[in-house]
Design a protein around this ligand. Structure first.
Ligand code: BGC
Length: 470
């Protein structure tokens, strides 16, 4: 398909219902973003309530990541067995119960326990949102709709910053953290109720021999012209082999996709997005802004993250996933270099401070443009139907594990080697990632999930841009 054809296709009309399904699927992202973003602002008040040591503060912060690892490791397989919709409903219930549990925690032990439970829901949401969206979306807008997950993640983070700012005023502060954490019950209810009324993914239905239901769903989300051929392709793929198990994910023909998924999962974290987001308020204070101004500055960075993700949504099905990834990782790497330099030069409160701030904002912008959304999209596109959830669960597990490792080690790295070396070290991963993406990551734009699966089977997953690995 030529570039112009793609452009024309990306503007084709589709039934409105498919957008509704994608939007509700992406609410998973909203909860993921909110629940991971809210803790930074809540922690000082939790600390006041329970007088926590630094170690316990860290445990409260990272316990959600541990839960997310559990949710990701188990959720993928459950999604393949019980369905995307049912797992989303289970996730929504866990989100709701955990939000109430957190808001009413009588002690730090309870808080940590609920944060782990919440994490399980976050892990499930992180994989089920992209999966539900990409399996229901028409192929010419699958990137656009798939990027909604990341858009909602960053909107969730932004909402968390705003909720934190609203509940922070001194009078409310000490009890305010309960409202901050409990607020997540609202989107959890919205996710649960709306998903309850939506149908299951047609691809999962075909895979489970519920073809009439699949036809029914597809007839609501496709134009007539696309409908018949698409369902035939799904049936063809599903008839070829039965439901896969854990072990099938490691079959030689699936391995190249798994390698790409895991590599991107790790790359997304080891290039440091969460440390930079975490560091934002400190950098803002270092350049001489007061704490209120830093708070608004942090919200500003959240807005940059949202704005550039919207730009990425626009380009997902127009220029493709690979170019976005390359520009993104290339740009992030240069900005990590600049950030390290900013910390190296003297005078963080003057012009150097603004240079550092600018590098940080551009770094976040480049992440939002590619590595943020593309990882979540690709991991829901590149695996064959019969092990799609399971394999996506594995890559997602690696993403949360890498997130945990970076969170636990980055501060010690800074203490030992200083900020400059630490940010440059993240930049080295950026260089490696750029080379890897260039040679190994396939383009999935404009191809159906079934075509991608055929390519994988015929060992052509790397597409025309790079060589096959096996
Ligand atoms: C990442 C998160 C990150 C968020 C920030 C997501 O794609 O997986 O770790 O916090 O983007 O924008």
């Amino acid at each position: 398909m030529s570039f112009l054809d793609r452009l024309a296709n990306a503007d084709r009309e589709h039934p409105r219902f498919v957008y509704v399904m994608a939007f509700v699927g992406a609410l998973n992202g909203l909860l993921f973003g909110f629940d991971t973003g809210v803790i930074a602002g809540a922690l000082p008040y939790i600390q006041e309530s329970f007088t926590l040591s630094t170690f316990l503060q860290e445990v409260v912060t990272v316990s959600v990541l541990v839960g997310a690892m559990i949710g990701a490791a188990t959720g993928g397989r459950l999604a393949d067995r019980f369905g995307r919709r049912r797992l989303t409903l289970v996730g929504a219930v866990i989100f709701f119960v955990a939000a109430l549990g957190l808001a009413t925690s009588p002690s730090v032990e309870w808080l940590i326990g609920w944060r782990i439970v919440l994490g399980v829901a976050v892990g499930i949401a992180s994989l089920i949102g992209p999966l539900y969206i990409s399996e229901t979306a028409p192929e010419d807008i699958r990137g656009t709709l798939g990027f909604l997950q990341q858009l909602m993640i960053v909107v969730g983070i932004l909402v968390a910053y705003i909720v934190n700012a609203l509940f922070a005023p001194s009078l409310l502060g000490v009890i305010g953290w309960r409202w901050m954490l409990g607020f997540a019950a609202v989107p959890a209810v919205i996710l649960g109720v709306t998903m309850f009324f939506l149908p299951e993914s047609p691809r999962w239905l075909v895979e489970h021999d519920r073809r009439d239901e699949a036809r029914d769903v597809l007839s609501r989300i496709r134009n007539e012209a696309d409908f018949e051929s698409e369902i035939e392709r799904m049936e063809e793929i599903s008839e070829r082999e039965s439901q896969g198990s854990w072990r099938d994910v490691l079959e030689p023909w699936i391995r190249p996709a798994l390698t790409v998924g895991v590599a991107l999962a790790v790359l997304q974290q080891v290039t440091g997005i969460n440390t930079v987001l975490y560091y934002a308020p400190t950098i803002l204070q270092n350049i001489g802004l007061g704490s209120a101004a830093s708070l608004f500055g942090t919200i500003g960075i959240g807005i940059v993250n949202v704005a550039l993700t919207i730009v990425a949504v626009y380009y997902a099905d127009r220029i493709g996933r690979r170019p976005l990834l390359l520009v993104s990782v290339g740009g992030m790497t240069v900005m990590l270099g600049a950030l390290g330099l900013g910390f190296y030069l003297p005078g963080l409160s003057g012009v150097v401070g603004y240079f550092t701030l600018g590098s940080m904002i551009l770094y976040v912008a480049f992440f939002a443009l590619g590595l943020g959304p593309v990882f979540w999209l690709l991991t829901s596109e590149i695996f064959p139907l019969r092990v799609r959830g399971t394999a996506e669960g594995i890559t997602t597990f690696f993403n949360w594990s890498a997130n945990l490792i970076v969170s636990l080690t980055f501060l010690s790295l800074i203490e030992r080697f200083g900020q400059t070396v630490s940010f440059w070290a993240l930049g080295v991963f950026g260089v490696l990632g750029f080379v890897y993406i260039y040679f190994r990551v396939p383009e999935t734009m404009g191809r159906s999930l079934e075509d991608i699966e055929d390519d994988l089977r015929s060992n052509a997953i790397m597409g025309s841009d790079a060589e096959s690995s096996d």
